[in-house]
Design a protein around this ligand. Structure first.
Ligand code: AMP
Length: 629
């Protein structure tokens, strides 16, 4: 199969192309209806297909003779643990946990929140939900209680699964007090809370509500996977939108299975038996697609790492894992590689390890800057690829397809559209732009299988956020251009979303918190360049008249508030007091102008700007955050 032929066919006849891809999936009932369009412009893939994602990830692999192959390797430098599970062992653990969930009253279609660190039980919990048709929603452990409460109220889970603690380097972060606080804040209450006790901290259990995981699972009996419709939701993954309310991206079982089969084989070039390492956290979409479902559904061994790129114990940690488990391919975020480079610029630690098993490295989550790209390629001697996707799509939109013949990679770009994605660039009026012209990056409908077609409990918000701006297209929220050969260059978000260490955050939500401070008259939070994290938030604050608070005091109070309400992952630690913010005559803060100044992009002060003199002060403040080099 060549890239060119696959791509052309996927655009000319998506139904035929994806029917072929779906053909060798182990469905319970093979779909006859590959693609149908709904009246509102959304699409349905494989409507009449029936399957189970947990069956595909475990039981089916065992039926194919992989029962004794290692399915999951848990490597945890923070707890000095290394443990592996064969497909047989993982299936048995998952089947029993699924039995427990069912005995606790979890039914098909019920929500289950998983708020856990990177322990294998988190993956087991996801798969156990999938086995009985429950809809899991994993909430990243770095989120504060308030964020967890928002997700509890939106997902309305029957059950919440958690652990006593997570570990950050040598720091123990107790999860249970956060869960207890979230449940005090939330209106919705799950019936029970299942708590995995870790030796580093023991959680106190609330009688009648909380259950000890190990005790409960010891008495459970295994259950078989249930048959589900392709359109039944597999999971909800919350991601930041432009408002404080997170968006519950919904992933369907059928599309996800077909898409991840295609992605693992044809984008990442992985075969059954290969060792794959998705370096992320189960709390993010990558954790779902590239740590749990993608590798297991394709018969790979997945590495499940509870550690950091540096300081666990050093910047050679990744290379140690690659050598030890003979990793064949990996995914990671550029920020991790920048952190490694800072500590090991000459690659002295890297050279201590045998990386011969590794075929290539894929990076995403934010733009792979060319300096990091070149450094990584030259020190590792491996092919390094930038590729671009989003929580909403669930799998790459643009990437080199290393498993397809004739696929090329172009450093500096996020590469070409993957089969299934008709990527276009539009101007503000929705007109198609020619090559090399910058505009809004969109995807012509239909979106391929796997992409979210709705938001949990709020379909209208999905239509408004993604399909309304440019009729007939999915609006990605990213700006950029295509070159003459169709390679895509992503220039960044065009909305109020920023990307900190590959984590997507809403500046609007931070603005809400900053504006609540009694000394603040108004504010704007924008993303500014950071050498390691890519972007960090910066609050530009105008004080109320007569306020005498110092910038430093204000900064520390606001930092505490954002940490408390959103979490440490926001990396909110820059506050600058300014006299005024640039506004339109009607009083709207010109965030797009602020973003351009921060990114050192040329801009024309809009004719609606009320006072052009204000820009001088802002430019001076933002100059100190400018990208060097
Ligand atoms: P998330 O949904 O959290 O994965 O964030 C998706 C957003 O991250 C995209 O809309 C982009 O703004 C950004 N992003 C992800 N990968 C890349 C990449 N390779 N190059 C540039 N931006 C990226």
């Amino acid at each position: 199969m060549t890239y060119q032929h696959s791509y052309a066919r996927s655009i000319a006849d998506p139904a035929a192309f994806w029917a072929d891809q779906a053909d060798d999936l182990a469905w319970y009932r093979k779909p006859l209806n590959t693609l149908s369009e709904n009246a509102d412009g959304t699409h349905q893939w494989f409507a009449d297909g029936r399957l189970n994602s947990c069956y595909l990830a475990l039981d089916h692999q065992i039926e194919q003779g992989r029962g004794e192959q290692t399915a999951l390797i848990y490597d945890s430098p923070v707890t000095s643990t290394q443990q592996s599970f064969t497909y047989n062992q993982l299936r048995d653990e998952v089947a029993r946990l699924a039995g427990l969930l069912r005995s606790l009253g979890v039914q098909k279609g019920d929500g289950v929140i998983i708020y856990m660190p990177m322990v294998p039980q988190a993956a087991m919990a996801m798969l156990a939900c999938a086995r009985i048709g429950a809809v899991h929603s994993v909430v990243f452990g770095g989120f504060a209680a308030n964020e967890l409460a928002l997700r509890i109220d939106d997902a309305r889970p029957t059950l919440l699964l958690t652990a006593s603690c997570g570990l950050e380097f040598d720091r123990v972060i107790e999860y249970k007090p956060l869960v207890d606080k979230a449940l005090q804040l939330a209106r919705h209450q799950p019936r029970q809370v299942l708590v995995l006790q870790r030796p580093q901290a023991r959680a106190s259990l609330v009688e009648g509500r909380d259950l000890d995981w190990q005790d409960a699972v010891a008495n459970a009996s295994a259950v078989a996977p249930v048959e589900l419709a392709a359109a039944d939701p597999l999971y909800i993954m919350y991601t930041s939108g432009t408002t404080g309310k997170p968006k519950g991206i919904v992933r369907e079982n059928g599309g996800n299975a077909v898409a991840l089969r295609f992605a693992m084989r044809h984008i990442y070039g992985m075969q059954a038996g290969d060792v794959w390492w998705g370096i992320s956290d189960v709390g993010w979409v990558v954790g779902h697609s590239l740590i749990v479902y993608g590798p297991l559904m394709n018969g790979c061994t997945t590495v499940f790492y509870e550690g950091k790129p540096i300081r666990t114990p050093d910047a050679g940690a990744y290379w140690r894992v690659v050598e030890q488990y003979r990793v064949n391919g990996l995914f990671c975020a550029p920020t991790a590689m920048r952190a490694i480079r800072k500590e090991d610029p000459e690659g002295a630690l890297l050279r201590r390890y045998d990386l011969s098993s590794l075929r290539q490295l894929f990076l995403a989550g934010e733009k792979l800057d060319s300096s990091t790209h070149q450094w990584l390629e030259s020190t590792s001697g491996k092919a390094v690829h930038d590729h671009w996707w989003q929580t909403e799509t669930g799998w790459p939109v643009t990437a080199p397809c290393v498993g397809l013949e004739g696929s090329a990679a172009r450093p500096g770009s996020s590469n070409r559209a993957v089969p299934g994605y008709h990527v276009r660039v539009l101007d503000d009026d929705g007109q198609l732009l020619a090559a090399n012209q910058q505009g809004a990056i969109v995807i012509a409908l239909p979106l391929p299988p796997g992409c979210s077609q709705t938001l949990w409990g709020d379909h209208q918000r999905y239509l408004d956020a993604y399909l309304t701006t440019y009729p007939g297209y999915y609006h990605t929220g990213d700006g950029g251009y295509l070159d003459d050969d169709g390679f895509v260059y992503i220039m960044g978000r065009t909305d109020d979303v920023i990307n900190v260490s590959g984590h997507r955050l809403s500046t609007g939500e931070m603005e809400d918190l900053v504006a609540r401070h009694p000394a603040v008259a108004e504010c704007a939070v924008i993303g500014v360049h950071d050498d390691i994290k890519g972007q960090v938030p910066l609050a530009l604050v105008v004080l109320k008249d007569g306020q005498a608070i110092s910038e430093a005091a204000l900064q520390s109070e606001l930092m505490a508030s954002v940490r408390e309400q959103i979490g440490a992952l926001a990396c909110f630690n820059q506050v600058r007091v300014v006299k005024r913010l640039p506004k339109t005559r009607s009083g709207k803060i010109l965030r797009a102008v602020l973003r351009k100044i921060a990114d050192q992009q040329a801009y024309t002060p809009p004719s609606t700007l009320d006072d052009p003199a204000v820009l001088g002060e802002i430019e001076a403040v933002l100059a100190s955050f400018a990208r060097v080099g």
